[in-house]
Write a protein that binds this ligand. Sequence first.
Ligand code: PLP
Length: 447
Amino acid sequence: TALQTPSKNHHYKSVLRHFPQDHVVTAAPEPPIQDIVRMRVAAEDAEDAFFIADLGEIICQFAQWKRLLPRVEPFYAVKCNPDPHVVSTMAELGSGFDCASKAEIRQILDLGISPERIIYAHPCKPLSHLRFAASNNVNLMTFDNADELHKMHRLYPDAHAVLRILTDDSKSLCKLGLKFGASLDVTNHLLETARDLGVNVVGVSFHVGSGCLDENAFADAVARARHVFDQGTKLGFNFTLLDVGGGFPGANERSGVTFDKVVRVLGAALDHYFPDDPDRPLRIIAEPGRYFVASAFSLAVNIIARRAVSVNAAEPPSAFMYYVNDGVYGSFNCTLFDHQVVYPELITRKGEFVMDLQQGSSDNDSSSSSSSSDGDMHNNKVSLHECSIWGPTCDSMDCIVSKTVLPELNVGDWLLFRNMGAYTLCAASQFNGFKKSSIFYTNTFGI
Ligand code: PLP
């Protein structure tokens, strides 16, 4: 189909017109990401860490979603990466949006996007944010407790409420069920309360947990949703919406869970529990965040300092500590909040990528202290040394990788971290006065 070859698809091509003109490098014939890195790294005074954002990767992920999960409409979870060019790309692709707050709703509405393309997917909303949603006709919103129903009844009686249920998130990195989701013990009572208040409940939502490592969690959650649909029907509701949440893996996930696996399990569960029925039309939506953006962003960091660790001064170093200019208080907050494990790759002084060095060499002789040349790195001939990688702040919590092996690196060398698009910059601080890494955009779509 056309979607299987997105580069030929006119609809997807048209999205490119809206790519940012600032910070774009698209020199052919080499891969643009490499071009950007080469250009940045080669600059005389190059030092600042920087992201390379490949918006074309987002388009490919979107095309894949449409191809493999056509029954489910994505509502991109803005919180995951609210970068304006990411959001505009998703808007151009026709995605809906999952917003968590007034500011996120405003960001989407300011793009001229209709409120119907938004779900306010936070079950515990500040009153002022709820009022803002009401005054802007963002009527689709989740709840999971009785107090929220009373708020909606008071401030937004026309809201279309979606009951967020608890799922088994024990196999997910971020267990959202600790904070949100109505258990099946209370769903009937909540629906009775809604009925008594006259709140219009239109369906059910769930979130299997972000960074879900077990695709079967989706099937279990769909079965639970079916149960609550049946409760709703018995109480006189006419549910028309199922929201299967987020938790979809990004491309290049190392944990083994893949989008294909999720799609197989989720698709089968939807067909089983919610078969297509023309007499009872059902809209199925999802709130994916990580899926769209994780693989679209890579982060290049510069080694600003290093410490050679020696058992005694007469011996060659047994390990190295490298200090780089983005850290856990910045983009690498994902290692804390999002439980990510990040993997460094080398960038040579010429801006070339050296991939899989750690796996590619069996030479782990830490007694060698010879400095590695670019050529050697490419041939995987260099000695590898134990090392740790630290962020730039004065805090010892600011450790990005506590133990790995790399060739001996020097101040001024660069490292690349891929899959840095989800839950990174959006939660970064400027602690210790270190500014957030800037972004250079590119597009590999159709190349
Ligand atoms: N929807 C809600 C309500 C969330 O809280 C989150 C993440 O925390 C998402 C969607 C996006 O999840 P993911 O990035 O795992 O797809």
